[in-house]
Design a protein. Structure first.
Length: 562
């Protein structure tokens, strides 16, 4: 949707419902909610509040939304709050419910668009926490293209277990350790009770913190917003500041597509791969770019990843969590090092009206710290994500290579048509070192919904197989997954992709340095199998999942529905 009305008029759309004798009925409805004549003459701002009792990521967002509304009022605007949904990935993980997670991204984007467009709002503030909240909000902002800003609910603090910091990643991996006999049931239950001490999104550089980082670097949230813990009093202050910043954006007529340029997306990719962020960032950044009318594809991630050093020691592939990074200056510390190395577009615009370089220059950072490495002495010379191609992934696949950049895996395929079957085989100790686990029919259409598989990857790592067993799927992985785990294989099995033609025992090669994913099969063998292949019947024939399966695009295109 495009904007209408007079440019540089902060009340550029809401005049349609407040001005003129013919709008008396609309004004009557607005007055019923307490608006005065003076209020009706001010810009209207929608506040999309993703507060929810279904996840600790969002349980506290009401107070941030209220602070944002205060900031809008103080700066001369009128805020209108409405709610939208979330799905807790951590709670639904490993269940049929996880199929709704990626679907929720589209619902969030559509619902924010519908309300903000329908009510003729002049500006938009979105307050979100869990994984799909952020890309959903950003897709809506790019689509609407009215002055907008995002507020992140903040990261959870780590818990304490047996004298060490822990988080939800440890609990998933402990399930595997318990199955192997390396952890007692009592310790598993104790860890369960300690891992998540309060509100906020998952602690490591998983999908939520990866996307909050990308949004800050792209310039759509305030500097420093990505790393502040949910319980920190600075969060409320920052939300209030975001409200006043939105009013400045309205006055200056700075819109999302002014900020979400090709340079902004390249900056986001650079920081994500430099930090070893979630593979889900590939899906989400491509989807946001599509709404912003910016060309972005898998090759961009591969090109940037090959030329960007991996410089942070953050979980899941390292030792530290987001609150640790915040103590040393947050994402600004990473950005400064990458700017100094000439790896970022420092001139990219942000919601502050300043450039990325100007924003980070104002944030104090601590150079002598253990979380972020120098760019000339990185953990690895290439980034933490890589794009693979080959006869198993003609359209591409994604792997988090942090710590595995130079490895080659080869072994027999252990083929499963759903996540549950693979998880049970792992729990029964039927997967051995050297195996290549293949989980298919879990893609955007085949799942449907492209489930994350942290229960599976956590079980493998918990059994000590994280470096010895590769996993390949047309589904997704949690940001907490790590190891040789290849996701987003495209085309997916449900549309006849090569992954759907594999048989038990086929020899698979995962060559990370060469960026190749291959089966030792000839074109003739593939052709013979394809001739006998039949699609599985759809798992859902009505409801939102059936609708999603009919509309959704390939993972290589961001798994979008529009």
């Amino acid at each position: 949707m495009t904007t209408t009305g007079t440019r540089h008029d902060p009340k550029h759309r809401s005049r349609e419902v407040t001005d003129g004798p013919e709008r008396a009925p609309a004004r009557a409805m607005l007055r019923a909610m307490g608006l005065t004549q003076e209020d009706l003459e001010k810009p209207f701002v929608s506040v999309a509040n993703l507060a929810s009792d279904v996840t600790p990521c969002n349980v506290h967002l009401d107070r941030l939304a209220e602070a944002a509304k205060e900031g809008v009022r103080q700066a001369g605007g009128i805020p209108f709050q409405f709610g939208t949904i979330t799905v807790s990935d951590g709670i639904s993980m490993g269940t049929e419910g996880m199929k709704a997670s990626l679907v929720s991204r589209e619902v969030i984007a559509d619902s924010i668009e519908v309300v903000t467009f329908g009510e003729r709002m002049d500006g938009l503030i979105a307050v979100g926490g869990c994984d799909k909240n952020m890309p959903g909000c950003m897709m809506a902002m790019a689509r609407l293209n009215i002055p907008s800003i995002f507020i992140y609910g903040g990261t959870i603090l780590p818990g304490q277990f047996q004298g060490r910091d822990v988080n939800i990643q440890d609990v998933f991996e402990a399930v595997g350790a318990y199955a192997k006999g390396d952890m007692s049931l009592e310790d598993l239950q104790d860890l369960e009770c300690r891992a998540c001490p309060g509100e906020g999104s998952c602690a490591g550089l998983f999908t939520a913190n990866t996307m909050s980082t990308a949004i800050e670097v792209m310039g759509m949230s305030l500097p420093g917003d990505a790393s502040i813990p949910a319980v920190d009093p600075r969060k409320k202050d920052r939300a209030r500041e975001a409200g006043s910043t939105l009013m400045q954006l309205l006055r200056e007529d700075i819109r999302p597509r002014d900020i979400l340029t090709r340079q902004a997306f390249e900056n986001a990719i650079t920081v994500v791969v430099a930090m070893g962020g979630s593979t889900n960032a590939v899906l989400h950044l491509i989807a946001i770019a599509r709404e912003a009318q910016v060309e972005l594809g898998l090759d961009d991630f591969d090109r940037i990843g090959r030329n960007t050093p991996y410089i942070t020691d953050m979980r899941p592939s390292g030792r530290y969590v987001m609150s640790d990074l915040d103590g040393y200056g947050g994402v600004a510390l990473v950005v400064k090092r990458l700017l100094n190395a000439g790896l970022l577009h420092g001139e990219a615009l942000s919601v502050t009206g300043k450039t990325l370089a100007e924003n980070v220059a104002c944030i104090p950072t601590i150079e002598d710290q253990p979380v972020v490495y120098p760019t000339d002495a990185p953990r690895s010379p290439t980034g933490g994500l890589a794009i693979l191609r080959g006869n198993l992934a003609p359209e591409g696949a994604v792997i988090k290579v942090a710590g595995h950049q130079e490895k080659v895996y080869q072994g027999p395929a252990r083929v499963f048509d759903q996540e549950e079957a693979a998880f049970q085989a792992i729990q029964r100790r039927e997967i051995i070192p050297g195996d290549v686990v293949v989980i298919r029919y879990e893609g955007p259409k085949g799942g449907p919904g492209m489930r994350e598989m942290l229960a599976v990857t956590g079980a493998l790592i918990g059994q000590g197989l994280g470096d010895d067993v590769a996993l390949i799927t047309d589904g997704r992985f949690s940001g907490a997954s790590h190891g040789p785990m290849v996701g987003h294989v495209a085309p997916e099995a449900a549309v006849g992709g090569p992954i759907g033609l594999l048989q038990e025992g086929d020899l698979i090669t995962l060559d990370i340095p060469a960026r190749r994913l291959e089966a030792r099969l000839t074109e003739e063998q593939f052709a013979d199998r394809r001739a006998n292949w039949k699609p599985l019947p759809p798992k859902y024939t009505s409801g939102v999942l059936a609708k999603y399966a009919k509309l959704v695009s390939s993972a290589s295109e961001g798994a979008v529905t529009g």
